[in-house]
Design a protein around this ligand. Sequence first.
Ligand code: CMC
Length: 466
Amino acid sequence: MATEQQTGDAATDGGPTTGSESLTVTDNRTGQSYELPITDGTVRGMDLRQIKVSEDDFGLMSYDPAFTNTAACRSAITDIDGERGILQHRGYPIEQLCERSSFLEVAYLLIFGELPTGPQLDRWVYDITHHTFVHEDIKQFFEGFRYDAHPMGMLLAGVGALSTFYPDAKQIGDPEERYMAAVRLIAKVPTLAAFSYRHNMGLPYVYPDNDLAFAENFLSMMFKKTEAKYNPDPRLARALDVLFILHADHEQNCSTSAVRGVGSSGVDPYSAVAAGVAALYGPLHGGANEAVLGMLRRIESVDNIPGFLERVKNREEKLMGFGHRVYKNYDPRARIIQQHMDEVFEATEYNSLVEIARELEKQALDDEYFTSRKLYPNVDFYSGIIYEALEIPPGMFTVIFAIPRTAGWVAQWMEMNDDLEKKISRPRQIYTGHRDRDYVPVVEREGPEKIVGPPARRPKRPRRGA
Ligand code: CMC
């Protein structure tokens, strides 16, 4: 059959492309060839739709479960080069930001695209500091949770509830409303996070202290007891601020994609960010550092490391805190955390897990099994130990991750809303079910009597005081 060449949809990106910046594909079902423009190393999924076997054919789609090879947006916020172990926000290397900046300044950079001038930073810090209080009704709302409610579940509900307190945030095209939502989210998430911890501990909630910096205020809301003023150790406050910078954004990860996907419906930013919190709650996303602590405790002593690594190589165990989908070199965030560990451990009690972690890393990096698979420590290998040194319980680790990530979620939500190509997120599917069946009345249906029923009732948890 003679080959007929068709070009990509002219409307997609400035018209048909010729020359090297295009992809020629031949449909072997019809023998027809198509030239698809290549832009920024991608072809448009919609350009495949012109590839049909007949006029009434829907057209070719791409199949990419989990979006492992699909760019879903254009973004100018965060850039990761996984092969070279590079992470940059708005072009600034994470190493410089951690050394010279503060979390609130990085939040500004993520959201507004540039480092703030002095007056801009002062105004931003002032606005965040003066919106850290939550409405007293939110406090009451938290009091309604069970005593052992997971703090991440409480945070998720609390962030969703904020949308009911700020209904004007529904005006997502209004710059003033957007600014206020950004400020309120970054300011109030730490307060909700600390409330969730205090609720679990049965301690009274601590109101924000406007004299303290962002990380200091969070430590005060977590740990203040009877003292008139809580003054955290500056080394610990700085280490926490650096951890906040390290977790502020990480391009199109699961929770950020959730914020963008839910936000694409036009919902208010509090509800969109609540979707991000929900995604982060999952153990595959926010929970690895907790698993690292469990692993180190099971190893128990440095003498047991060789045996543990043998079990990993026999695939009986996983070396938690090692490996990354994107970084195939040392995770730059892990290297930065390492630099702050000594300061934290100087200011806190001795923890034998640190010694085990350091020796485990050393032995794994000396082992061809791990180096040949490009398995290096990731951000979670040491972050859990630092949180533990700060006396933060494992259930709170993901909640603490959500505090800085809120800045990234807000920045990505804003960028999505300004994107001229924005549409409601709505993937396609490959339908695998039945078609065209006629309804059968219940008395005429045949089949086994027993179906998969409700699970057997589990014994109830004891109530407080029971
Ligand atoms: N321990 C032992 N072997 C591993 C590990 C590990 N942690 N990670 C990967 N491998 C092996 C894996 O078995 C495979 O070996 P083979 O080729 O012989 O089958 C090879 O390394 C490649 O692994 P992969 O499964 O293709 O890697 P992935 O990109 O799908 O998985 C990962 C990435 C992070 C899910 C995985 O490395 C892992 O489960 N790590 C432990 C959990 C963890 O620390 N997660 C936190 C990630 S950092 C936080 C964040 O940025 O979200």
